[in-house]
Structure formats: structure tokens, C-alpha cells
Design a binder for this molecule. Structure first.
Ligand code: URA
Length: 240
């Protein structure tokens, strides 16, 4: 693949901007500046630097982000900064079918919810992970306002009705993890679902953190606001 096309595919700007970056000496491969925008490289796994910052070629982008509190999962946030401001520009500018689209969050977390959020530029992956048919379990660590009890846990497991749907929604798993701590697993993602389910059993969510999606746990060393690429082994843990 020509270096200008390779940079373009990774979100470094239009083909013309990418050609300019290369011709002006901003891009190096294996420690050597490459000034020929049409130079050919095998893209798989290629490491390159743009203005000294190392990048690895990824045909598709799959990432995890530790979403901090006080951020919105929207490109046009209304009150808080967007999670997309936490990502480097190339990830926000990756082209998709010719248009600049960047990676997108797989589902949304509320502004005050923290924890594991996946992002990708693979539309089929978003569809698969979000589809209720696939039942991908998501684990939430819930801090309650009032002490939780076994009766609340049983009701969450048996199912509660929310005002917009007569069908009961139930937790796939639920356990007390402390006096005011609940660990709740859901396989669907309705609007404010955890908060509404907890309210339906007479308690209230004080803080909400997503710790796991499928078999993928938020790594302890990924701090709020940090992101990382998902590798093939991570993606395997997400398969139903
Ligand atoms: N349920 C909620 O209520 N909020 C979230 O952010 C995620 C699940």
C-alpha cells in the first residue's frame, strides 16, 4: 500500500494532507524518514511515526476506554465534554467508506457512569455487540443510596417492569457485594436501565461503574480517561 494511502486509512487527514506530511519529512518507518508519498509498504502490523509519535497500522480499530465520570458518549455533547476528546485525532478522523467518521462507541453510558466502553469503526461489530439477540452480558458495579438486601436482589433476578414496556426486565445475575454495593449483570441495554431497575425495587443508584463486557474485564491499570487497542485475544473474549 502506498504510504499516503496508508496514512489516509489511519485517519491522518485527506490523501493530499497525508502526501504533504510525508513530503515534508514528518513520517518515518523503521527509524528512516520516508519522503516519497507513493513508497509501498506492507500495511499489516506496520509501525510508523508521525512527528515522532509511534502508530501501528490497524485495518480496523477496536479499542477500550475507561470512561471517566462527567463525560458524554456523544459527538455533540450538551453539558459535559465528549468522550471522543479523550482519543487522539487519527482515531476520530479514520475514514469509513470514503467519509471521515472515526471510531464510534458501542452503546452509551450515562454522563455520570464510569468504566468499560468499547469503540470501533466496524459497523458490524457494533451491531453484533448491541443486538439483544446476542445477549452479551455486561457487569455493573452499583453503589446504592440505601443498604441493599436479598429481597431486592431476588426481585431484580425475577424481573421488574419499567414504565415504557410492559415486559419485565431481569438481571441475568445479581449479588450483594457490600452493604451498599450490588453487582448486576444485564444482557440488554435500555435507557438508564440499571438506574431504573434499582429504583423499581425501592433503592437508588449513587454511582455506577461497568466492569466487564462479555469476557473482557476493565484492566486495573487502565486509568479513567485512558484507552488502549483491543488485540485478537481481547476480541475473542467478546464473542458470544
Ligand atoms: N444503566 C444505566 O442506568 N446507566 C448506564 O450508564 C448504563 C446502564
Amino acid at each position: 500500500m502506498q504510504l499516503q494511502d496508508l496514512l489516509f486509512s489511519q485517519g491522518f487527514g485527506t490523501r493530499r494532507v497525508c502526501a504533504g506530511l510525508i513530503q515534508q519529512g514528518h513520517v518515518s518507518v523503521a527509524g528512516e524518514t520516508v519522503a516519497d508519498a507513493t513508497a509501498d509498504f506492507e500495511p499489516a502490523g506496520l509501525l510508523f511515526r508521525v512527528d515522532g509519535v509511534e502508530w501501528q497500522y490497524h485495518e480496523r480499530a477496536y479499542l477500550m476506554l475507561h470512561k471517566p465520570a462527567g463525560t458524554e458518549c456523544s459527538r455533540k455533547p450538551s453539558a459535559y465534554p465528549s468522550i471522543y476528546t479523550l482519543l487522539p485525532a487519527p482515531l476520530r478522523q479514520r475514514p469509513q467508506k470514503g467519509a471521515v467518521q472515526g471510531v464510534q462507541a458501542v452503546g452509551r453510558l450515562d454522563q455520570d457512569t464510569t468504566g468499560l466502553l468499547l469503540l470501533t469503526d466496524d459497523g458490524q461489530f457494533i451491531h453484533r455487540m448491541s443486538s439483544p439477540k446476542h445477549h452479551v452480558p455486561k457487569v455493573y458495579e452499583v453503589t446504592l443510596k440505601h443498604a441493599g438486601d436479598e429481597r431486592q436482589v431476588q426481585r431484580l433476578l425475577e424481573g421488574v417492569t419499567l414504565e415504557d414496556d410492559p415486559r419485565p426486565v431481569r438481571a441475568a445475575a445479581c449479588e450483594l457485594a457490600g452493604e451498599k454495593q450490588l453487582r448486576l449483570t444485564l444482557t440488554e441495554g435500555k435507557y438508564h436501565q440499571v438506574k431504573r431497575m434499582v429504583a423499581a425495587v425501592g433503592n437508588r443508584v449513587e454511582a455506577l461503574h461497568r466492569s466487564k463486557i462479555g469476557g473482557l474485564a476493565l484492566p486495573a491499570d487502565l486509568l479513567p480517561g485512558q484507552w488502549r487497542w483491543l488485540g485478537p485475544a481481547d476480541l475473542d473474549t467478546l464473542r458470544p
